[in-house]
Design a protein around this ligand. Sequence first.
Ligand code: NAP
Ligand code: G4F
Length: 340
Amino acid sequence: MKRALITGISGQDGSYLAEFLLSLSQPAYEVHGLVRRSSSLNRQRIDHLFKRDQDAHDRFHLHYADLADASSLSSLMEQLRPDEVYNLGAQSHVRVSFDQPLYTSDVVGLGTLRLLEAVRQLNRTQLVKFYQASSSEMFGSAPPPQGLDTPFHPRSPYACAKLYAHWQTVNYREAYGLFACSGILFNHESPRRGESFVTRKVTLGAARIKEGLQRKLVMGNLDAKRDWGFAGDYVRAMWMMLQQDEPGDYVVATGETHSVREFLEVAFSYLDLDYRDYVEFDPKYTRPSEVDVLLGDPIKAREVLGWRAEVDFPSLVQMMIEHDLELARREKYALGYQMV
Ligand code: NAP
Ligand code: G4F
């Protein structure tokens, strides 16, 4: 039985990764997740993992700690002695990082260093493999396509902090021989995506408009282009990186790019709506410096890991729309029920 520790387990990727690891049998995994204390519970994405079969339930555990608190990280590491550590915890919203640059840098940048230090201490007595959730935002304004040889040019406090964390990961590998991998993942989405990221904002908004629960959708820059894949595919790549003989860095992407406008078109037309009738612009959703085009070159992930994205762009949009239409219908039903 292998033991994995996941930071950010309550987030989109953490929930898919936990689900994936618990589904494996050769080897089987015990999955431990780091959660922050909050005044109300925030476990919607992982609740179902406790309700699975008894065996999976017994192999799934949560622990309170925080990436801002080094002592909590080293105690947890010492207590659990994991074989694999996946660092997915982050203040992950790019726009918000302009409002909270110091906090974002602390959790995303120094938080990774705190965790690496805790791993390094443990790695003196046992092998601990480390995965860092790096981001295509680190490429920023570098012209597409972006691959492992593309120079980084970050455009936000979030991207600068991720770049710091990326280089710390590389340096811990080179300086201390840590089995540390940096996965430079391009945007990946799902029905579990946070509601304020653009794809989910669109699919939730379109579904609520269709059901008469909302009249318009207020958005920022529709010309930005992203390489969007499905989160469930991307967590497999994280695990694959840690199963290799040698640690390394990888770009994980679909190799296709689409604008926010195209995403709107596809999502609304799935519901027989024209997005132009509903979408309005508000500059508050723009960023002081934008990343115009992201398009990844995942050749190494394909050739070394044998990984490729299985869900294509139209299927991703359809999956998210169908999920959010069901949510909107339930919301409408609940409203009607309240009025009776
Ligand atoms: P997400 O849904 O925003 O989840 C972020 C997770 O980090 C949540 O579980 C959150 O906990 C946790 N967290 C935040 N601050 C923390 C702290 N101080 N200490 C411990 N945990 C903390 O993000 P995601 O989309 O799953 O992304 C996972 C990781 O991949 C992130 O590092 C993100 O930056 C990176 N990434 C994402 C993408 C993408 O397209 N999704 C692409 C490239 C890289 P709460 O639930 O308590 O808030
Ligand atoms: O969905 P977004 O907020 O994602 P963004 O900024 O690309 O960041 C996401 O992907 C990164 C990987 O490249 C991750 F590292 C990061 O953690 C996060 O998961 O915005 C996508 C694009 C941007 O260009 C933004 O300006 O959509 C544009 N946009 C237009 N209107 C909007 C909106 N973004 C948001 N969030 N809300 C809008 O109303």
